[in-house]
Write a protein that binds this ligand. Structure first.
Ligand SMILES: NC(=O)c1ccc[n+]([C@@H]2O[C@H](COP(=O)([O-])OP(=O)(O)OC[C@H]3O[C@@H](n4cnc5c(N)ncnc54)[C@H](OP(=O)(O)O)[C@@H]3O)[C@@H](O)[C@H]2O)c1
Length: 245
């Protein structure tokens, strides 16, 4: 029986990935900043561990407590919509601390066991905004694009050990807590110079069209356990990926 460790399982994609793998008889180590057993079905194959990906000691403890794992999913992350000139450097640093450096740090903590066993998969969840840019998300996009570059280079160096690294790029998913969680990091959307751009972007989001469901992302992560780099998740992300190639 294989084991998967997932970051950011309190809601959204992480929660659905955990459910999806539990349903397929994997052992799941669901990690959360504030551990809650009640968000997932009761299962002898489930362990919920505390993990804030910005806390090095927390990472060390969680990886040690998890024991041997076969797949790591770096899913924890958040967004922030802001014009570049109105985004505080504190927010830029927070985005990178979680989305980029958190992903790198958890990966580093897991790699020695993967290399020694000559097996293992790292799945990094980034975003379809790295395939096709949209305005007001420059810092978020940069934090995720850095993970793409990190993952693609790392995949080359790990190949010799039989360890794989993949990217899953979800499209826009209004059904997770992403929007709510982004709100507290959002700055300057009322800046008079950007009001029209903000209006047109939110109007575009409100138009009917394809979106990504958490289930799409869980399926993509499932595929990533056997398939290579950059797997778009959701009809909208697939369309963007097709345009980008
Ligand atoms: N929804 C979208 O439109 C979309 C599109 C493309 C990519 N993504 C990416 O998909 C991933 C999951 O997002 P989601 O849509 O499922 O949003 P979500 O419902 O807000 O879930 C994000 C998860 O990340 C966790 N998290 C945030 N900071 C953390 C930290 N420092 N340490 C550990 N966990 C942390 C949150 O935990 P707390 O409950 O403790 O805050 C939550 O469990 C993110 O990386 C996001 O950037 C989302």
């Amino acid at each position: 029986m294989k084991t998967i460790l997932i970051t950011g399982c309190s809601s959204g994609f992480g929660l659905e990935i955990a459910r999806y793998f539990l349903d397929r008889d994997w052992k799941v180590v669901a990690t959360m900043r504030r551990p809650r057993e009640d968000v997932l079905p009761h299962s002898e194959h489930l362990r919920v561990l505390a993990l804030d990906v910005t806390d090095p000691e927390n990472i060390r403890q969680a990886v040690e407590a998890a024991g041997p794992i076969d797949v790591l999913v770096n899913n924890a992350g958040f967004g922030a919509a802001s014009p570049v000139e109105a985004t505080s450097m504190a927010t830029v640093r927070e985005l990178f601390e979680t989305n980029t450096f958190g992903t790198m740090a958890v990966t580093q903590a897991v790699l020695p066991q993967f290399r020694q066993r000559r097996a293992g998969v790292v799945v990094n969840v980034t975003s379809s905004v790295t395939l096709k840019s949209i305005p007001l998300l420059a810092s978020y996009t940069a934090s995720k694009a850095a993970v793409n570059a990190f993952t693609e280079s790392m995949a080359l160096e790990l190949k010799q050990f039989g360890v794989r690294a993949c990217l899953v790029l979800p499209g826009r998913s209004p059904e997770t807590r992403f929007g709510d969680n982004a709100r507290s990091h959002t700055q300057g959307l009322d800046h008079e110079a950007y009001v029209d751009l903000v209006k047109s972007l939110f109007a575009r989001f409100a138009e009917p069209g394809p979106i990504t469901h958490a289930r799409d992302v869980a399926e993509a992560v499932w595929r990533a356990a056997t398939d290579p780099l950059r797997i778009p998740a959701g009809a909208d992300a697939e369309a963007w990926a097709a345009e980008a190639h």
